[in-house]
Design a protein around this ligand. Structure first.
Ligand SMILES: [Zn+2]
Ligand SMILES: [Zn+2]
Length: 240
């Protein structure tokens, strides 16, 4: 795992748990909370990383999901095997998590099934979760998927954003991506004046605003290489 800022730890990700894993962030404290929990293949490594920080999976009280995709959330069912962690998801991505829909959970990209997981609570724009002494604000940022959310909190004097795949996520009709929604979401995130950005994939950046501005500028031109096989050789540009 990697210590980030304040009580924020990176406990899952392509470099530290399994190559297919999205980043999962643990906020430590008496009642630790995960933002995403990674894919089922990476679950043993996630559990090991939690133990290294002094926690068991059953100590994690909540998983707050950035969205309902395989690489971010398919470990949930395994985690439920040894904990009663409550799962919170935006309503627009809820059903796919509870049914394990092969398309909508993006499981088709990994040729794996998504073990269905019951959702215990909904994330709504404007919700605030007190975690580890920080106020985590929920921002509904659809575009990559309809139920994509981002979280931001003031941590040690910096505005920290955890954007999931709202930044640098892939675009594909099978996961109900929408360019207009995405464009509006990026405008909302830009308006937050974020200092530190963390993503669903790749390392966090401390350069204020830069990558967020790049993402805004490039939207609709460059998508995550993730989806390249589905572009039919159109060089990264996908027809809607
Ligand atoms: Zn992802
Ligand atoms: Zn995704």
């Amino acid at each position: 795992m990697v210590a980030l800022i304040g009580r924020l730890e990176l406990v899952s990700g392509g470099e530290i748990s399994h190559p297919w894993d999205a980043n999962a962030y643990l906020i430590t404290g008496d009642e630790p909370v995960l933002i995403d929990c990674g894919g089922s293949e990476g679950y043993p490594a996630l559990a090991r990383n939690l133990r290294r920080l002094g926690y068991q999976p059953k100590d994690v009280k909540k998983v707050l999901a950035t969205h309902g995709h395989w690489d971010h959330l398919s470990a949930m069912a395994l985690m439920r095997g040894e904990s009663d962690t409550a799962l919170y998801v935006h309503e627009a991505d809820k059903e796919q998590v509870e049914t394990g829909d092969h398309d909508l959970t993006a499981s088709f990209l990994y040729d794996r099934s998504f073990p269905p997981a019951e959702v215990n609570g909904l994330l709504e724009d404007g919700d605030v979760f007190m975690v580890g002494g920080y106020r985590f604000h929920v921002v509904h940022t659809p575009g990559h998927s309809p139920g994509s959310v981002s979280f931001w909190a003031e941590i040690e004097g910096s505005r920290v954003l955890i954007a999931g795949d709202a930044l640098w996520g892939g675009f594909h009709p099978r996961i109900r991506s929408d360019l207009d929604d995405w464009s509006n979401s990026l405008d909302r995130l830009l308006a937050l004046n974020i200092d530190v950005m963390m993503f669903g994939h790749g390392p966090p950046t401390l350069a204020p605003g830069t990558r967020l501005k790049d993402a805004r500028r490039q939207l609709g031109v460059y998508f995550n290489p993730w989806f390249e096989p589905f572009y039919n050789g159109s060089g990264g540009h996908v027809e809607r």
